[in-house]
Design a protein. Structure first.
Length: 571
């Protein structure tokens, strides 16, 4: 294929009817002022879409336009072009032609320097295709896995920790040129890869002969690499230094937090260390500060639950509880509610440990047990701050629960969480904590229980036939209608877009209970069985399990995933 030819983009778009003369003139004037690329100005000004520009170039140059959303890369071909070159020249190896030439996608197929450099690096003749820049960068982030790089850096750190003496500060990156210290480079790469794959947690787990590094992605742990066990201490020490923990204390658990920037995105990291048989296990929870808060419409709450949830949020007083295990999205749901309630007419105060989201307009308080700044102590003060709405991070003990419920009974809307399996067990759990029965009955207005299910990857979804065990599980909810829904069952076969898991992203599964007069009367009866029967009658079978099955029938998730989260709360 001949080298690319130069194209005047503005003239090309005008020629193909995608741009007007006046729009080109305005864009050229802006380019003189800002120095930005002309194509980017066209897109950001709304004159033409990125896909429109790419397709126009493809027509003019008579080369194919490739939609990378449907692209499944081949790792052996991808590696022919190093990641640094791929990012520099905005290029990606897409495939190999029958005659041995490579098909390479470029966001700017008129770039002669990129053409020459890619030919030199790959040592192959290439055929060009056009791809959009945004899809290209997203695909590069996805396909250039860092597992090999992480393993290589771990080996480099192992070599540094050999028999040759090494200065302690140099090892941990405390001396000038710290960014080149092996442990710093290793951790930087681990954080970058974790953010790329949307991991919520990073686990460093020392084993007898290795250090296992795992990422939690969409609620499930995946092994990233196994490194030499001897680097575990250096990694733990560096992370302790970053979070201000006591590096001399290895016998007791420690908790802390620190902030880092990964690819210019601020990330809040919560760290927990735990002494184990073979060393200190370190777990870090990642919270990307650039990720915007979800609205209540976008957290996956069904319309029947959303309507009643919003109705409870409009009350001037009372308590709304969101329940579920750790990592089930409770805080996300409550902050979506706060985002909707936030206004200049109301005072909102949160009491949390730790503060996970930062929302302008809120008064957020971080609990600090070491200086006796406990939930109960902060709550007492909060009620003297004239709040309208109070969020309590967790009803973790009797004292905190009673103060929160008194606030709900005296003209405040209180939002909080509790670790219970379902809505029916929540009032019983509060009674077991020692909260007076009348307080629970008078203050709690609504309870929402939730789980998170992994969603089928849209790029590799395909029809699926349930196994005999899955068929029987579905029969519990669908009865003899299971076979009538056969066409609805799907799963993901696994692809590069979802790291071969078949899933991408998560959505909520919900059930709720409103404390109606009948339910309150049953709770006051004193017999848990009477209360549970009244609660079930009010819920009318609208359980977490049923909502999970609805997600299966809607093609959002798989039968096995619905079974996985359902088995967390029932047989």
């Amino acid at each position: 294929m001949p080298p690319p030819q130069k194209v005047r983009l503005g003239d090309l778009l005008i020629q193909q009817g995608l741009l007007s003369e006046s729009q080109l003139k305005l864009a050229l004037e802006e380019q003189k002022l800002t120095g930005r690329k002309l194509g980017r100005i066209f897109v950001e000004s709304g004159y033409v879409t990125e896909e429109g520009i790419s397709q126009a170039l493809a027509r003019q140059l008579r080369i194919p336009f490739i939609d990378l959303k449907q692209f499944n890369p081949k790792p052996d071909l991808i590696k022919l072009l190093p990641e640094a070159s791929a990012r520099r020249f905005r290029a990606l190896v897409l495939g190999q032609l029958d005659d041995g030439r490579l098909q390479v996608g470029l966001s700017d197929p008129t770039d002669l320097q990129a053409y020459d450099e890619i030919t030199r690096v790959t040592r192959r003749e290439i055929d060009l295709a056009v791809v959009t820049e945004s899809q290209l960068l997203s695909t590069i982030d996805r396909v250039y896995h860092r597992a090999e790089q992480i393993t290589g850096l771990a080996k480099e750190l192992t070599a540094e920790l050999g028999d040759i003496p090494i200065e302690f500060g140099e090892l941990l990156g405390l001396t000038p040129g710290a960014e080149d210290a092996p442990v710093v480079k290793l951790l930087q790469t681990v954080f970058e890869e974790a953010m790329r794959v949307r991991a919520s947690d990073i686990h460093f787990e020392p084993q007898e002969r290795s250090l296992r590094i795992r990422f939690r992605i969409d609620g499930v742990l995946h092994v990233q690499t196994e490194a030499d066990a001897k680097i575990a201490t250096a990694v733990a020490l560096r992370l302790k230094l970053m979070s201000g923990l006591d590096i001399s204390e290895k016998r007791l658990p420690q908790d802390g937090r620190f902030n880092i920037k990964v690819r210019n995105a601020p990330v809040d990291v919560r760290i927990s260390t735990l002494p184990t048989q073979y060393g200190e296990s370190v777990v870090m929870r990642l919270l990307n500060q650039n990720t915007g808060l979800l609205s209540v419409e976008k957290i996956g709450m069904p319309s029947r639950v959303l309507e009643r949830f919003r109705h409870s949020l409009k009350r001037p007083s009372g308590m709304v509880l969101v329940t579920g295990p750790t990592g089930s999205g409770k805080t996300t749901t409550l902050y979506a509610a706060l985002n909707e309630l936030n206004s200049t007419e109301k005072k909102l105060i949160t009491v949390e440990d730790p503060v996970e989201y930062r929302l302008p307009g809120l008064n957020q308080v971080q609990v600090h047990e070491k200086i006796d700044l406990s939930f109960s102590r902060v709550l007492r003060t909060v009620l003297r701050q004239d709040p309208d709405i109070v969020l309590v991070g967790e009803m973790r003990d009797q004292e905190t629960s009673e103060i929160g419920m008194r606030a709900a009974m005296t003209g405040h809307l209180v939002l909080s969480t509790l670790h219970t399996n379902d809505v029916i067990s929540t009032p019983i759990r509060l009674l077991d904590m020692g909260v007076p029965r009348y307080m629970v009955a008078l203050s709690v207005h609504m309870i929402v229980a939730q789980r998170l299910v992994r969603m089928i990857c849209d790029n590799c979804r395909e029809p699926y036939t349930p196994t005999p065990a899955e068929h029987e599980w579905l029969r519990y909810e669908l009865g003899d209608q299971v076979d009538a829904h056969r066409a609805a069952f799907q799963h993901g076969r696994g692809c590069a877009h979802c790291a071969n898991t078949g899933f991408q992203g998560r959505s909520g599964v919900y059930e709720y209970l409103e404390m109606s007069d009948a339910v309150v009367e049953a709770l006051n009866h004193g017999d848990p069985g009477v209360f549970m029967q009244a609660a079930r009658q009010q819920m009318a079978g609208e359980t977490l399990r049923r909502d999970a099955v609805r997600n299966v029938l809607a093609g959002k998730t798989t039968v096995s995933e619905a079974m996985r989260i359902s088995n967390q709360f029932e047989d």
